[in-house]
Design a protein around this ligand. Sequence first.
Ligand code: ZN
Length: 155
Amino acid sequence: MRPRKDRSQETGDRRQEEGGLQSSGLDHIAIAVADLDRAVAFFRDILGLRHEGTEEVPTEGVKTAFFRAGAARIELVSPTAPGSAVSRFLERNGEGIHHIALRVDDIDAAMKSLKGAGLALTSDTPRPGAEGARITFIHPKSAHGVLVELKEEKE
Ligand code: ZN
């Protein structure tokens, strides 16, 4: 659980961003992998990161595994269905960094603000993500070539 921020206590720097996304920070960096079990073994046994769990996310056609990496985490994503977005990504690019995820307190407000700014999102409403979170993505064409996940954590 992460306590919600009281906006009245935010610094001047933070207030300058008022009107922007107002993310509370990096949640994770995701890596697309072809063989989840082999990749889990590498990140756990060779890199020595703590494996927090593996979960299937049927709505995205993926299996995910999360690793603690300091304040942020690393997510491994592996396709469970041939036509899924991650499956197409692997066919096109091979394994590698797939997206970054920023935490937001209110994904509905964030999506409204970004759509208002003319950015392309990959869904019209928040979708169910891993760990009970609500998520959407900013399309890479609107984010300097990077797929950016927005994530509102489960209460
Ligand atoms: Zn993610």
